[in-house]
Design a protein around this ligand. Structure first.
Ligand SMILES: [Zn+2]
Length: 374
């Protein structure tokens, strides 16, 4: 019997595994194409805390690799949208100080905040606006990471937290959002409890389409005498509660989704090949790694996955023999269809790779194949 897992936020040991993807390669380890493997793999499981409701990575024996991804236009566009909405709501005081905890995946708001008249402060300094943009989930110790951010908020200041919501993951069956290096998967209610432990309270929430549903939460120190959460927060909590984000039985449906979506992808690729259609992939992201592994896809079904990141080209998808190629090679191959692993990229790809559709190919959202929304 191994030692019980302690919640990364509240330290409780009561909870259960709600999603078990078995042994998976590290999602950011792209071996050179000539490396025959086998690639090292590690257990990948989501645990749901019965005390505070935080969904989290059970163990992470992997070592983070250097980020290799390029920053998608969708992330840049969403940042501008979010800053506009937060400013309109009065949360960005002119002349105030701003600090950011960013993500290794990009999407910094600092330039946008500077344009709004805020002064960006450095590591550790107090700020009137402390922003975490997909950063917090990368910390193994969630309580310590949130406390660090909260401590930097100046009296009367605001803490802004942006996250891909567990409600979205459950609603859309996004089981392949689970990956090594991402330690927490927040519902609005669970994050609210974490904030309360840090002496903060959620005040306002905004929702964005990014990743199928991204939430931005504004929180202030409870002692600042805030009026409490507005309806944007309570409505979101009610919606997520109805989805069952704190009910292990409901979250465990993600396990069923692993089977249905993997089978659907495999079947679709087999059907395409049988019909003589040539399919290539786009988006060498962690979500694609998990899905291709689960679906048992190799290069006979998917001869290549294109990606704009030069650091991934010349490598292969982990635990498969599928090479990662430059977008130009995808265009030159004139496929009949392109399996898109990152649906947020579609508008950008239509604009930057118009040849794909001009040559008669179609973009196919693999997230939608076999999805069983609840
Ligand atoms: Zn907990």
């Amino acid at each position: 019997m191994t030692e019980a897992h302690r919640c990364r936020s509240c330290c409780a040991t009561i909870g259960e595994v709600v999603l078990d993807l078995g042994e998976q390669p590290a999602s950011d380890y792209f071996p050179p194409a000539a490396d025959p493997g086998p690639d090292p793999s590690y257990p990948l499981q989501m645990w749901l805390c019965a005390a505070c409701g935080l969904a989290q990575l059970l163990v992470d024996p992997t070592v983070p690799e250097e980020p290799r991804a390029t920053e998608p236009a969708a992330l840049v566009d969403q940042a501008a949208d979010a800053v506009g909405r937060v400013a309109a709501a009065g949360w960005l005081p002119a002349g105030g100080r701003a600090a950011e905890y960013g993500s290794p995946h990009g999407g910094s708001w600092l330039d946008l905040l500077a344009e709004r008249g805020l002064t960006v402060v450095g590591d550790g300094a107090e700020a009137d606006v402390v922003l975490d943009c997909f950063g917090l989930m990368h910390s193994p110790d969630q309580a310590a990471a949130l406390a660090e951010r909260a401590a930097r908020v100046a009296p009367g200041g605001v803490l802004l937290l942006q996250f891909h919501s567990l409600g979205t993951i459950v609603r859309l069956g996004q089981w392949n959002s689970l990956r090594h290096g991402h330690y927490a998967y927040y519902s609005t209610a669970a994050l609210g409890r974490m904030l309360a432990s840090a002496g903060f309270a959620a005040r306002q929430a905004w929702r964005f389409d990014l990743y199928g549903g991204t939430i931005l939460l504004a929180a202030t120190r409870a002692e600042d005498g805030a009026p409490g959460p507005d309806t944007s927060v309570t409505a979101l909590e009610a919606e997520e509660a109805a989805l069952g984000v704190e009910d292990p039985a409901r979250v465990r449906r993600l396990q069923d989704s692993t089977v249905s979506r993997a089978e659907a992808l495999h079947r679709w690729l087999v059907d395409q090949r049988a019909g003589g259609a040539r399919v290539l992939g786009y988006g060498a992201a962690s979500r694609a790694v998990a899905l291709l592994c689960r679906a048992g896809v190799d290069r006979t079904l998917l001869p290549a996955v294109a990606d704009a990141s030069p650091a991934k080209q010349g490598r292969r998808m982990p635990a498969t023999d599928i090479p990662v190629v430059a977008p130009g090679e995808l265009v030159a191959a004139r496929p009949d269809a392109v399996a898109l692993f990152l649906p947020d990229l579609l508008p950008e790809l239509r604009a930057t790779l118009p040849e794909v559709e001009a040559d008669g190919a179609r973009w196919v959202d693999v997230e939608a194949l076999g999805a069983t929304p609840v």
